[in-house]
Design a protein around this ligand. Sequence first.
Ligand code: AMP
Length: 184
Amino acid sequence: MPRLIFLGAPGAGKGTQAQTLAGHWDIPHISTGDILRGAMKERSPLGIKAQSYVDRGELVPDQLLLDIMEERLSQPDAQSGWILDGFPRNVNQASFLEQLLQKLTQDSARAINLDVPDEVLVSRLLGRGRADDTEEVIRRRLEVYREQTLPLIDFYRDRQQLMSINGNQPLEKVTADLQELLAS
Ligand code: AMP
C-alpha cells in the first residue's frame, strides 16, 4: 500500500482526493487540518494553542504537530500505508518526517503535487465556507503556502520522490489520474 504525501496549495483538492484514495485502499487519511479543527472544537490544550494561528491563516508552531505525527504514524493502522494531507508544510517538518520514517522503517514515501492555478484556488476557497475561508485569511494562507510550503516541491524533487498531477480538472478525473500514476 502506498505512502503518499499530498502537496498543493490550499484549495488544490488535497483533502478530497486523500479521502477518496484512502477509502479505496483502506489506509488512514491523516489530515493535520482535521486534527487541529477537532482539537479547536473540543477546546483541548492543542486546540487552544492552535486557534489564533489557524484563524489568521498562519502555520501553527511546528512543535505542536511533530509529536502528534510521530504518535499517529506509530499506530498499528499506519504500518502498511497512509496518505498525509497538510503535513509537512515547511522544510523543518519535512526533515522531521524524513527522519521519523527512517526510524519507523517506513520506506518509499512519495510526494504528490496537485497543481492548480492561483485564480482557481481563490474561487474554490471562497466557495467552501470554512471558518478560515474569509478573503483576507485565504490571501494569507496562499502567501504562507508560497513562502513556506512551495520549497517542498524542490525538497522532494531533489530526493526523486516527487510526482505531479494536474489538479485543475473534474475531481473524478484527478482521482483517475492519481490512480493511474500510482499504478505505473
Ligand atoms: P488545512 O485544513 O490543511 O488547510 O489546514 C488549516 C490550518 O491548520 C492551516 O491554515 C494552518 O493554520 C493549520 N495547519 C494545518 N496543518 C499544518 C501544519 N502541518 N503545520 C502548521 N500548521 C498547520
